[in-house]
Design a protein. Structure first.
Length: 254
């Protein structure tokens, strides 16, 4: 298998997810197996990571009130009595369990490098990219200060990765790993994240090189094919905004 888990392991875990979540694609190149999809409210399809399933999902072995995890977001992974949430945590959990696409725990130097870059993506790339998208496309005026802050930090974080990839084939040198998978999930959306369209790749050619390399892998292609099976609501109407931005309810009642 080029990307994914051993067949025996695939029958042991279940994923609670939906492509509408911006975190979903980061895990999918790793796991290609038994997928349990629960029902999401119509409006939630605009951003399924914002809310919990509306129906009981006992067939998935999880509590429908929170998709099996404390924060009520997807993806979540169920492995027997173990529940793992957050896409980066799921990647690390599966990689350690199968000893694939991750340095061995005995290799402290490579392990440290892997953890550093994985956390850089989790705590830097994700939050700053997400907020840049929000303030550029969703936030009401005035937003100049907030957009400038998050756009600046998004570019700064992506520039760190670009510089690193200029000297390395993959994030861990010559070895494809879960760090590349985690990065792929965000790199796919980089022109939208930065609001720079195709000109994005002029400034980030090495990130584009990595993106193309992962896109060429069979598991990434299977992930994209899985997405194509479903049609999601895309209208940003009042119902969708209620799911996307529940914090705004406080403003409406102030």
């Amino acid at each position: 298998m080029s990307i994914g888990l051993l067949g025996a392991f695939l029958t042991m875990v279940r994923m609670i997810d939906f492509w509408g979540s911006d975190r979903w694609p980061r895990v999918r190149p790793f796991i290609q197996g038994t997928i349990c999809i629960v029902y999401w409210p119509k409006a939630a399809l605009a951003s399924s990571r914002r809310t919990s399933p509306s129906v009981n999902s006992r067939s998935c072995g999880v509590d429908s009130s929170g998709a099996g995890e404390a924060n009520g977001k997807v993806p979540a992974l169920v492995d027997g009595d173990t529940v793992v949430f957050d896409s980066n945590a799921i990647l690390l959990y599966l990689a350690d369990k199968t000893q694939k696409f991750v340095p061995a725990t005995s290799d402290s130097a490579q392990r440290g490098t892997m953890l550093s870059w994985l956390m850089f993506i989790a705590s830097g790339i994700g939050p700053y990219s997400g907020q840049a998208v929000h303030f550029r496309n969703m936030a009401p005026e005035p937003k100049e200060y907030a957009l400038n802050r998050y756009d600046f930090e998004a570019h700064r974080h992506w520039s760190v990765l670009e510089k690193h990839l200029a000297q390395n084939t993959y994030m861990l040198g010559e070895h494809y790993s879960i760090v590349d998978m985690a990065l792929w999930g965000w790199a796919r959306m980089l022109p939208y994240v930065l609001g720079t369209g195709e000109a994005t790749w002029t400034h980030y050619p090495h990130i584009k090189r990595l993106l193309d390399a992962v896109n060429a892998r069979p598991a990434a292609q299977r992930a994209e094919a899985f997405k194509a099976k479903y049609t999601f609501k895309t209208e940003m109407d009042a119902e969708a905004k209620k799911f996307m931005f529940p914090q705004n309810e406080r403003l409406n009642h102030s």
